[in-house]
Design a binder for this molecule. Structure first.
Ligand SMILES: *Cc1c(COP(=O)(O)O)cnc(C)c1O
Length: 366
């Protein structure tokens, strides 16, 4: 059997008529940028996330960049970030000229709140929490630290749309939540797209102004802005996706549960659920093994594609040489980067495919 890592057409076909209707509606409307679809999506997404405001943007990276800019964090400031994350989280900080201060992860791959306080200095302005692989970080505890030290709290929710802690969605704990709708994300668009959510009106207003060249009304530019607009077609398609995202998340959780129940090998470390399944939306199903390379080759020989998220930790990336980090600085993160492997998990995956993967994993001779 051949199993791809992801097949986006399956989730398209499931709601094909609704997507096609939405796209055609925009094409025929004659209005393509900042119109009714974006406004409606922003309303609907804010409500869905139980946040007061949403601003649609061009990407998840732009959401991070503009969130940090709107909080006036820049050169000379420090932001506490997880060492174990996708590099875009870090770029949101460094594109503003601020310095990322890396903190090692816990066994759930998220920021270890026990290690945050030691990293706080007079220059620290914010904590950036990432809900990695779809699992909510320890927001109550991280929020408590942010409050105590008077720091902003920013959430990178790019992998965790709808993950819930004590009934609250991620993105609603901190000052601002940043989302990506890149096609492979749990709530993916059909091109690049992103958004921020916040309860802070002036923050929302600032980002809404910045995304459109810093202008509130045409040709009157208040601040030096950027072009980071969510377009009408993506907004219309995302409105469809939003109607189904709960069902899509449940399907991911079901596949993950099948893996967790089915994988028997004691030599594989399977993902741990920290709270309950509602707090983990399983953007990725990440296992760990010391024998990653031969295991990945073995899976590949059986027709199963797997991926590594992520092979090079941000502190060791070439682009961050200037930060002066070296191998051994963040040993837990570095060990994860050498041992993690993501198994295929996507909407529309068939039972026979899951069973085939589980059998293959269990038959590997560790
Ligand atoms: C995908 C992702 C981003 C960036 O989103 P884009 O829409 O690709 O710019 C940021 N942070 C995390 C954790 C991500 O997974």
């Amino acid at each position: 059997m051949n199993i791809e890592f992801n097949l986006l057409d399956r989730q398209f076909h499931k709601y094909k008529d609704e997507y096609e209707e939405a796209a055609l509606r925009v094409l025929r409307s004659g209005w393509y940028i900042l119109g009714k679809e974006v406004e409606s999506f922003e309303d609907e997404f804010a409500k869905w996330n139980k946040s007061k405001y949403c601003v649609g943007l061009n990407s998840g990276l732009d959401a991070l960049v503009l969130a940090i800019k709107a909080l006036e964090i820049g050169v000379g400031d420090e932001v506490i970030v997880p060492a174990n994350t996708y590099i875009a989280s870090i770029m949101g900080v460094t594109l503003n000229g601020a310095t990322p201060i890396f903190v090692e992860p816990n066994e759930y791959y998220n920021l270890d709140f026990n290690k945050i306080e030691d990293c706080i200095t007079p220059r620290t302005k914010a904590i950036l929490a990432v809900h990695l692989y779809g699992q909510a970080a320890e927001m109550q505890r991280i929020k408590e630290i942010a409050k105590r030290f008077n720091l902003y709290l920013i959430e990178d929710c790019a992998q965790a749309h709808g993950a819930k802690l004590e009934g609250r969605n991620v993105g609603s704990f901190g000052d601002i939540g940043c989302f990506s709708f890149f096609p492979t994300k749990n709530m993916g668009a059909f091109g690049d797209a992103g958004a921020i959510v916040t309860d802070n009106e002036s923050l929302a207003d600032c980002i809404r102004t910045m995304r459109n060249y810093g202008s509130k009304s045409k040709y009157v530019n208040e601040i030096k802005g950027v072009n980071s607009r969510l377009d009408e077609i993506q907004a219309a398609l995302l409105r469809v996706k939003l109607r189904h995202v709960l069902e899509l998340t449940k399907e991911r959780q079901k596949i993950a549960t099948a893996y967790l129940n089915g994988i028997k090998s004691t030599r594989i470390i399977v993902p741990k659920i920290q709270y309950d399944i509602d707090a983990h939306t399983f953007h990725l199903f990440v296992i760990r093994t010391e024998k990653r390379q031969i295991f990945q080759e073995y899976l590949s020989a059986k027709g199963i594609k797997s991926q590594i998220h992520y092979p090079i930790p941000p502190h060791l990336a070439n682009c961050y040489r200037e930060l002066g980090h070296k191998i051994g600085d963040y040993p837990i993160t570095e060990n994860y980067s050498k041992t993690v492997l993501s198994l295929p998990l996507y909407n529309g995956m068939e039972e026979a495919e899951m069973d085939y993967i589980i059998n293959a994993v269990n038959s590997f001779n560790f």
